[in-house]
Design a protein around this ligand. Structure first.
Ligand SMILES: [Zn+2]
Length: 258
């Protein structure tokens, strides 16, 4: 079916956006996720994780939900214990599948932000699960966005540096072939996030994807910088030269696989 490009976007409701708290740019602001007793529209609690509806649903034609990952405001995915991180990712994947199974959405997003360049507004660690009524991200995101120079290539897990990133420069792809066995993938994901925060940038995102007819789970961990203007103006993604990517891959391998 031919898609209408004028409909292939999300509308952001500025009136709700203006009232949304921001604890990323304003460090002293009250944190709504620490004030757990006043949280509304909770969908499910498990340990210290809470899945709930977003109190500021700024995106039109979507169902915006959040997983508050921890009861500690300064925690981050990169520093959770492995057992906690595995439980958290399992919970997020389960809820993501649950929203997909509602069959109400053209596609469902699962991602998290960390840091002031990541697009997040609440510092308290959380992931987002968003059902898009009319927008199917698979029209834009393809398998080739996950092809890359391998850091690890095993039967159940591939980790690579994207050679055809969505934006660039460094998009680290995880292709998880049996997502019931999450220990190793999550350990490597945590180490990648830690490496980004200590060596590359103060901000990163984690994005999750699946594709129809493909049982693999795809994850992108992306250090965030100012967006490349060639992408903003011309949709041209960039990658680093081989002289730069070879030592980058060696250092990242050293950091996450050993
Ligand atoms: Zn908090």
């Amino acid at each position: 079916m031919e898609r209408n490009p004028l409909e292939h976007l999300l509308k952001y409701n500025m009136d709700i956006g203006k009232t949304k708290p921001n604890t990323v740019r304003k460090a002293s602001t009250y944190c709504p996720f620490c004030d757990a007793t006043n949280l509304k529209n909770i969908l499910e609690k498990r340990d210290t994780m809470i899945w709930l509806e977003n109190a500021y649903p700024v995106l039109k034609d979507t169902w915006q939900t959040l997983v508050i990952e921890s009861d500690k405001c300064n925690d981050d995915f990169s520093s959770y214990s492995l057992a906690y991180a595995v439980n958290l990712i399992s919970f997020c994947l389960e809820k993501w599948d649950q929203v997909k199974a509602m069959n109400k959405f053209a596609s469902v997003l699962l991602y998290r932000n960390y840091g002031r360049m990541s697009g997040g507004s609440i510092h308290h660690p959380h992931s987002q699960i968003i059902g898009l009524k009319n927008y199917d991200y698979h029209e834009d995101i393809k398998h080739y966005h996950f092809i890359g120079t391998p850091l690890l290539h095993e039967e159940s897990l591939e980790i690579n540096l994207s050679i055809r990133p969505i934006i660039g420069f460094y998009e680290i792809n995880f292709i998880i072939k049996n997502h019931y066995a999450l220990n190793y993938p999550v350990l490597y994901m945590q180490k990648t996030a830690h490496y980004i925060l200590t060596q590359i940038s103060h901000s990163y995102n984690v994005f999750y994807y699946d594709f129809p007819g493909d049982t693999n789970l795809y994850v992108k961990i992306v250090p965030r910088f100012l967006t490349n203007p060639l992408f903003v103006g011309y949709m041209v993604p960039q990658i680093a030269t081989e002289e730069e990517t070879t030592p980058f891959i060696d250092k990242l391998k050293q950091a996450i696989l050993t």
